[in-house]
Design a protein around this ligand. Structure first.
Ligand code: SF4
Ligand code: SF4
Length: 86
């Protein structure tokens, strides 16, 4: 339960996936070979295999971005937070 967590306690991968709003984003494309992938900001996932065009990013409204204090956007095209730090 996310609101039961302490302020600096990181979210689990499952919480990234459950809170992610990518599938409501105009940029989101469901890949044929990997249909369930989202939470592109998470190091396990990173870039989408099929999203290439940037049509707006809803990450700014996502509780994962707020909770994890992520600095970047367009994780599906540009890679996870860690990848974009490099
Ligand atoms: S910040 Fe963006 S990529 Fe990460 S979980 Fe939220 S909507 Fe998905
Ligand atoms: S990472 Fe951002 S641009 Fe990409 S699908 Fe998620 S909300 Fe949309």
């Amino acid at each position: 339960m996310i609101f039961g967590k302490k302020i600096n306690e990181p979210l689990s991968k499952e919480e990234f996936l459950s809170l992610c709003i990518c599938q409501t984003c105009p940029t989101y494309v469901e890949c044929e070979q990997t249909p369930a992938v989202k939470a592109f900001c998470h190091p396990t996932f990173g870039k989408s295999a099929c999203i290439t065009q940037q049509k707006g990013c809803l990450c700014g409204s996502c509780r994962v971005k707020q909770k994890m204090k992520l600095k970047h956007f367009y994780f599906c095209v540009l890679g996870s937070e860690e990848q974009q730090e490099k």
